[in-house]
Design a binder for this molecule. Structure first.
Ligand code: NAD
Length: 329
């Protein structure tokens, strides 16, 4: 079975090759993303494997079908970049890796909170230059602070558990409340109440039509002045221009982003010698109270190995397993 692996970095190649040993899979690695521009690389492949920023729209799926592709194995949890209806129509199975390591993303959200609060990103550079002055590095205790978690699925729940450990009051919003979090002492309430009461708001819901630009001018108005916003979910949950306006007005006191709406053109590549053609992103980087990481929430040893093993299992089993918990379409 021939598999075209797109968006493949050296670390993906290492873990996937190792996981595919002793399987009937022949993996062919492509550095480029799968999109309308690159779909012509798929000739006589049985399956493709993709990542978060590949653009698997209806047209791409139609062309994959023409090449005999029977399966799309995503190496990520989110699947907002795949037209599932089109895949169903063309009888192409779609798999994802739903729970490769909720802990890794939850811990990264906490890392962003800690950096923004204790300003380690700024302290690191100061100390390197022999500047040991503390002015400007003042933080606050997390204990007793109110933390709002929007989306309490696998990652959100892991995040809530960590924040409870810090002694925070944890408020939650989800369409489907999790009883185990209520048992832990977390409180579900309306989105508006969560906005009004939270010192820190962390986003862990998927990107859907109803969550697109969840954080915008209107929702920001309902929040506390100086609120900390953390987004490790999907970039388009936050309207970046509204966030910039709120940083200027100091409505947002701290902003931690691991994802960005237009990250497709920037993330996962070394752009250090390029002029980034995105003035909103460039402006965002100039604020001292903004920390941006390049979609690395998932990037731990444990998660990479789990992603590789599940992807190989999805590809290997897909011909014999009709109903599969990781199958989306
Ligand atoms: P999950 O499916 O386990 O949980 C998502 C939760 O969001 C569910 O409980 C669902 O009911 C809830 N939800 C759906 N719509 C909602 C809405 N409108 N308002 C509030 N809650 C809503 O998913 P997960 O594994 O916890 O992942 C969450 C998101 O994290 C993914 O969708 C993905 O975009 C993102 N993610 C990011 C990284 C990274 O590296 N930064 C890695 C993996 C996943």
């Amino acid at each position: 079975m021939k598999v075209a692996v797109f968006s493949c970095k050296p670390y993906d190649k290492r873990t996937l090759t190792s996981a595919a040993l002793n399987t009937p899979l022949a993996l062919h690695f492509f550095e480029s993303r799968l999109s309308l521009e690159t779909v012509s690389l798929v000739k006589n492949f049985d399956a493709v494997s993709c990542f978060v920023n590949d653009d698997i729209n209806a047209e791409v799926i139609h062309l994959l079908k023409e090449q005999g592709v029977k399966c799309i194995a995503l190496r990520c949890a989110g699947f907002n970049n795949v037209d599932l209806e089109a895949a169903k129509l063309h009888e192409i199975k779609v798999f994802h890796v739903p729970d490769y390591s909720p802990t890794s993303v939850a811990e990264h959200a906490v890392a962003l909170i800690m950096s923004l609060n204790r300003k380690t990103h700024r302290a690191y550079h100061r100390v390197k230059e022999g500047n040991f002055a503390l002015e400007g590095l003042l933080g606050f205790n997390l204990q007793g602070k109110v933390v709002g978690c929007i989306g309490t699925g696998r990652i959100g729940a892991a995040f809530c558990r960590i924040m409870k450990g810090f002694g925070c009051e944890v408020l939650c919003y989800d369409l489907y409340p999790a009883p185990e979090l209520v048992d832990l002492g977390c409180k579900y309430l309306s989105l508006d109440e969560l906005y009004q009461r939270s010192d820190i708001i962390s986003l862990h819901c998927p990107l859907t039509t109803s969550t697109h630009h969840l954080i915008d001018e209107k929702s920001l108005k309902k929040m506390k002045s100086g609120v900390m916003i953390i987004n490790t979910s999907r970039g388009a949950l936050v309207n970046a221009q509204a966030a910039i306006d709120a940083l200027y007005s100091q409505k947002i006191g701290y902003l931690g982003l691991d994802v960005y709406e237009q990250e497709n053109a920037i993330f996962f590549e070394d752009m250090s010698s390029h002029i980034i053609q995105d003035s909103v992103f460039q402006l965002m980087l100039t604020f001292p109270n903004v920390v941006v990481t390049g979609h690395q929430g998932y990037f731990t040893d444990e998660a990479l190995n789990h992603i590789a093993e599940t992807t190989i299992a999805n590809l290997t089993l897909q011909t014999s397993v009709e109903s599969h918990s990781r199958q989306l379409a």
